[in-house]
Design a protein around this ligand. Structure first.
Ligand code: NAD
Length: 356
């Protein structure tokens, strides 16, 4: 494939990042609005205009004001600037959207493709961070850690109230729904834990099988065999609501579900019901819809959850990797070189296969 056209002259670049206040004093903390992914000095030296804002929602937001005149937009899944079809139409000059991180579903990819835009993310930049976090959440749930922790905070001591439903992970069947980078990193880490490892994916995949994971081609059978399921697929037209009431009913009674992928892959109410009925023994993850979730979002108060804000993929190590990856994409773009192949989600109007 040929390179892109050179993007010469002054470019107007908008980054939408959350504000960190006093935490921004840590200069390793690149992914906040104050530190702007560490790109300001470099971009301004090249003569470009670099605007960073956290103000992304509603018609009077800074994002809406800047949309008609920006050439490049940088967003992150942690503080998603929802790029709807309407916003994409409004952004007359916008040619490149970079997701600093992995997961570009906050962008209407079909609308971006129709306008001939390029959308790129930093493939692989935070997969280690997410895989580690998923194993942490599995252990927190299966060992019934949170009630024990809460006892200490509330000056209590009741071993029985935790132990009656705490298990080892050893000898359990752990499955990944999706056998891409995160699914593989998770299986790689679990291969020495003496678990039975399964995966469900679009295709059989030798990269994950080398860690001892066995392919299950039927989703219902996969779900029925697992004690723990971890969701590791992107949110696409095909994966939206892939796990609803019917699929949860196929799971073993008392199984655990981990979702650091995207909230809309599961049905929100069906998760609450499954936890309340005991069909699920626990649900853990860091992804919500919308983000941030409203105060009355039912996942805040459902039983047996291990939920946090969206943070698994934004450790300081991950930030260093996706800030460097963002810079690399910009360098290629300015020079008219192709972007790293694996980073393309929409390539000048063409959607990557898993999003088609
Ligand atoms: P990846 O592209 O390496 O892997 C995705 C896998 O899903 C691929 O193997 C693909 O074949 C499979 N897949 C796609 N559609 C499918 C379908 N319909 N049925 C079955 N399998 C399907 O991506 P990754 O790096 O492993 O990341 C996966 C997702 O995790 C991202 O898209 C993102 O949404 C999410 N993520 C979350 C965080 C976080 O901080 N919580 C960070 C990184 C990524």
């Amino acid at each position: 494939m040929e390179g892109n056209e050179r993007h010469e002259g002054k470019q107007k670049i908008l980054a939408v990042l959350y504000k960190a206040g006093e935490y921004a004093k840590n200069k390793q903390f690149l992914a906040c609005a104050e530190n702007g992914l560490g790109l300001r000095e470099w971009l301004e030296k090249l003569g470009h205009e670099y605007i960073v804002t956290d103000d992304k929602d509603g018609p009077d937001s800074e994002l809406e004001k800047q949309l008609p005149t920006i050439d490049i937009l940088i967003t992150t899944p942690f503080h998603p600037a929802y790029m709807t079809r309407e916003r994409i139409q409004k952004a007359k000059k916008l040619k490149l959207i970079i997701t600093a991180g992995v997961g570009s579903d906050h962008i209407d990819l079909h609308a971006a493709a129709e306008k001939g835009m390029t959308v790129a993310e930093i493939a692989g930049s935070n997969v280690t961070s997410v895989a580690e976090d998923e194993i942490m959440r599995i252990l927190i749930l299966i060992r019934n850690f949170i009630p024990g922790y809460m006892q200490i905070i509330h000056d209590e001591w009741n071993v029985a109230a935790v132990a009656y439903k705490a298990y080892d992970l050893e000898r359990k069947t752990v499955g990944t729904l999706g056998a891409g980078r995160i699914g593989q990193e998770m299986m790689k880490r679990l291969q020495s834990w003496n678990c039975n490892l399964l995966y469900y994916g679009r295709h059989q995949n030798e990269n994950i099988e080398k860690f001892g994971a066995t392919f299950e081609k039927d989703l219902d059978t996969f779900l029925s065999k697992c004690d723990v399921v971890s969701i590791n697929v992107p949110l696409t037209d095909k994966t939206r609501h892939m796990i609803g009431k019917e699929q949860l009913a196929k799971m073993k009674k008392g199984a655990y579900l981990i979702n650091n992928a995207r909230a809309e892959i599961v049905n929100r109410e069906a998760i609450v019901e499954a936890l309340e009925s005991g069909q699920l023994n626990g649900y853990g993850g860091d992804v919500w819809y919308p983000q941030p979730p409203p105060k009355d979002h039912p996942w805040r108060h459902m039983p047996n959850h291990a939920m946090t804000p969206h943070l698994s993929g934004t450790t300081l190590d991950a930030q260093a990797r996706y800030a460097a990856g963002t810079k690399k994409i910009l360098e290629c773009w300015f020079d008219g070189k192709p972007l790293p192949e694996e980073d393309y989600i929409v390539r000048e109007g063409e959607l990557a296969p898993q999003y088609q």
